[in-house]
Design a protein around this ligand. Structure first.
Ligand code: OSB
Ligand code: MG
Length: 373
């Protein structure tokens, strides 16, 4: 039984070590929403809302999520009893359209709470099986191809097992070609366009097709499935969808239409763990590889991604880098660390496996909202 009596929201500002640029904008301070849920026995679980500051990834932002949480989502959850956390997502889907990142933050915190209550790790509660997960890195758009080559070289030296390069028109072919020419064909490389292209740019991708990329992530519009079919037909390189996949139905569409061959699962984007597991299982049955994406999460959201990525069909390294890649100091103890290109899944600790550093949260908090029944 799951009965949530209190929900606390905290907005913290966490400066990135270096600005992160994608085709639709640059971020230098991460505005993070943390969600703490507490049940009738006073046991707490943590979640993170991954919505960014601007609607340049999906329509959601930190401020729309905050509004949705305090007005619709939290009031619906507080004081309602569920037999388990898997009931939360379908309940939140009833007559509230969208706001998936806001919904996911409470849903995932409820799974974390449940894991703590059952004295089991979040990984095990989700039926994860991996002891370690392979680590990838996502590199923002650099000023010059030479800068990118240096970043990729460092990532290879650091042991990352997949290197993702952000691209946009004007920072694509020359950048990737430089990496291949200077670092060779063995670098496990992929690109992510974050919707920056249209079918009129087909020649860019036909050129990229010869670079031996693991995949091309979300080349076309954020809500498109049909135009990606056209593009995928003309390429050998698999297309991976990120923004377009908002739930299991969109994965079915992708598979039936042929819009892509790989799925990036971000639990925040699809409404939480229940939805992520449904996508994972469908993809497993249909031989579609999946991997766990990232949204520049703090140590809390990262913990949830690590637990999810421990499921068996997460066969491609995720965008789950260690804390030090993003922050001078994370908000959890211990921080997330990588060695030999893997992160160890904390399978023997109850819950997400790290503890929130409340003092650090107090230092960084800019607004909070506490609600209870
Ligand atoms: O498209 O995967 C993306 C960050 C913000 C918004 C969108 C994306 C990303 C990343 C970062 O690629 C991955 C990470 O968290 O390291
Ligand atoms: Mg992406």
């Amino acid at each position: 039984m799951l009965l949530i009596k209190k929900i606390n929201l905290y907005e913290i500002h966490l400066p990135l070590k270096e600005p992160f640029t994608i085709s639709s904008g640059t971020q230098d301070v991460r505005r993070v929403t943390l969600v703490e849920v507490e049940d009738a026995d006073g046991i707490a679980g943590w979640g993170e809302c991954v919505a960014p500051e601007y609607p340049n990834y999906s329509p959601e932002t930190i401020d729309t999520a905050w509004f949705a949480l305090i007005n619709w989502i939290v009031p619906r959850i507080l004081g309602k009893s569920f037999s388990g956390p898997e009931e939360i997502f379908p309940y939140l889907q009833q007559d509230i359209r969208g706001h998936l990142m806001a919904k996911a933050s409470v849903e995932m915190a409820s799974w974390e709470l449940t894991a703590r209550k059952q004295n089991v790790s979040l990984s095990k509660l989700l039926n994860g099986t991996r002891e370690v997960i392979e680590t990838g890195i996502s590199l923002g758009i650099q000023k010059t191809p030479g800068d990118l080559v240096r970043k990729v070289q460092k990532a290879v030296d650091d042991g990352y097992k997949k290197i993702k390069v952000k691209i946009k028109p004007g920072a694509d072919i020359d950048y990737v070609r430089s990496v291949r020419e200077q670092l060779g064909d063995n670098v496990p490389l992929m690109v992510d366009a974050n919707n920056a292209y249209t079918l009129a740019d087909i020649d860019v991708f036909k050129t990229m097709d010869d670079f031996g990329l693991i995949m091309i992530e979300q080349p076309l519009a954020w809500d498109d499935l049909l135009r990606h079919v056209e593009l995928q037909k003309q390429l050998k390189t698999p297309i991976c969808l990120d923004e377009s996949i908002t739930g299991i139905e969109r994965v079915e569409d992708m598979h039936k239409l042929g819009s892509g061959r790989i799925v990036n699962i971000k639990p925040g984007r699809v409404g939480g763990f229940t939805s992520s597991i449904a996508i994972h299982d469908y993809c497993n049955e249909h031989n579609i590889p999946v991997w766990c994406g990232g949204m520049l999460e703090s140590g809390v959201g990262r913990a949830h991604n690590v637990a999810l990525a421990s499921l068996p069909n997460f066969t491609i390294p995720g965008d789950i880098s260690p804390s030090k890649r993003y922050w001078e100091k994370d908000i959890v103890n211990p921080e997330w660390e990588m060695s030999d290109g893997v992160i160890t899944v904390p399978r023997e600790k109850a819950g997400m496996g790290v503890e929130v550093d409340r003092e650090r949260v107090e230092e960084l908090v800019v607004r909070q909202q506490k609600m209870e029944v």
